[in-house]
Every structure is written in C-alpha cells, then in structure tokens.
Design a protein around this ligand. Structure first.
Ligand code: B4P
Length: 190
C-alpha cells in the first residue's frame, strides 16, 4: 500500500497537490479539514464544536480527528492506499495513526513536506478567502493564528517521521506542475 502524508503549513498546497496525486495513483484522499467542513455543513454536534475552533484558527481536539480518520480507514478496507492531507497535525495524532495502520498490517510509506514562507502563505490564503467562503481564510489575524498553531503544534510532527527515516522536504513555491513532479519523483523512490 502507498500511504502518503502530505505535510506543510496552511496554504502550502497540500489540498491542491492531493487532487493530482489521487488522479495519478488512485489513492483515497483523507483531508481532516474537508471532513470537518463536511460535519459543519451537515450541522452535526461535532461540526458545531469544530466550527468555533476552526473559525479562530485553532486546532480541534486530537480525539475528534483521530476518530474521523479511524472511521474512514474502516470504510475503505480495499483501498490501494491513502493520502493523509492535514493529518497528523500533532505528535499525538501521528502516534495514533501509526497504531491504527499497524492494526491493519499497514504503515506510512513517507511524509512529504511542502516548504512555503509565511508571506506567501498569507497571500495565498487571503486570495482564496475572496471566493472560498471559508471564514478562516478571510481574516489576516486568523491566518496568522493558524500559522502560529502550525509552528507550535504541527511542525514537531516532522521530527516524528525523520526519526523513522520517512521524511522528505521540497520547495512548495513554483508552478503546481513543477511541485507535483517533485512529489512524484519521491514517490517513485519508495
Ligand atoms: P485545512 O482544511 O487542512 O486547511 P489548510 O491547511 O489551509 O489547507 P491546504 O494547505 O490544503 O490549502 P492548499 O494549500 O491546498 O484545515 C483547516 C482547519 O481545520 C485548521 O485550521 C484546523 O482548525 C482544522 N483541522 C484540520 N485538520 C486538523 C487536524 N488534523 N487536527 C486538528 N485540527 C484540524 O490551498 C491554499 C491556496 O493556495 C489555494 O487557493 C491554492 O489554489 C493555492 N495554491 C496551491 N498551490 C499553489 C502554488 N504552487 N502556487 C500558488 N498558489 C498555490
């Protein structure tokens, strides 16, 4: 199985590259951001709780996202593999993901990190916010909070995969196709 973690700060291009990777490799896309927005649009209790945090740019509790991922893995038993987009975002989530995959005789193949500087992130997210309707993309203060959450809680996840020799980092600035080619080159080395 090819199980890929796409990593990077908010707006780095994880969702954008995931769409191309699904097409090329036939993987199942698991985006915790999309799953949470799905809960919000359905008005579930989980969605109501998550919305407050997401609108402020704060991570939702680990147990919530781990539960969602576990359900999705169970629902896709015959998948060729998964792209984890926006998950794991804390070391606790990374540990839980290893345990979940182990219980299914599987494992993460590798993490690929997209490197983009803070000014470019803010520019991309504000641009998307003009028509995405996402409250967390519209406000510079919230965007900076999301980047801070990433630096405080998510950046350490890279070390977790480095310790397993599963970490690769690429330049996330450039054309979408150039970045996709860099990702594909890493995947072909697995
Ligand atoms: P996400 O939905 O994961 O939000 P994101 O990180 O902003 O998305 P992404 O990084 O995929 O955006 P993309 O680059 O594709 O999370 C939202 C919130 O949900 C979080 O703040 C948190 O509250 C919560 N959450 C989600 N997962 C969680 C977890 N595991 N634990 C706890 N909380 C969680 O797109 C950005 C823009 O850049 C697009 O407009 C795109 O067109 C553009 N772009 C992409 N590539 C480009 C390029 N090469 N050049 C120029 N522009 C580019």
């Amino acid at each position: 199985m090819l199980n890929l973690v796409l990593f990077g700060p908010p707006g780095a291009g994880k969702g954008t590259q995931s769409q191309k990777l699904i097409e090329k490799y036939g993987l199942i896309h698991l985006s915790t951001g999309d799953l949470l927005r799905g809960e919000i649009s359905q008005g579930t209790a989980l969605g109501l709780e998550a919305k407050k945090l997401m609108d402020e740019g704060i991570l939702v509790p680990d147990a919530v996202v781990i539960g969602m991922i576990s359900n999705k893995l169970d629902a896709n038993k015959d998948a060729k593999g998964f792209i984890f987009d926006g998950f794991p975002r804390t070391v606790a989530q990374a540990e839980a993901l290893d345990t979940l995959l182990e219980s299914k005789q599987s494992a993460i193949s590798g993490m690929i990190a997209l490197q983009v500087d803070d000014d470019e992130l803010e520019h991309r997210l504000l641009l998307r916010g003009k028509d995405s309707g996402r409250p967390d993309d519209a406000n510079p203060e919230v965007i900076r909070k999301r980047i801070k959450e990433y630096n405080d809680k998510t950046a350490p996840v890279a070390g977790f995969y480095q310790a397993q020799n599963k970490f690769k980092s690429i330049n996330g600035i450039g054309s979408i196709d150039e970045i996709f080619n860099s990702i594909s080159a890493i995947i072909s080395s697995y």
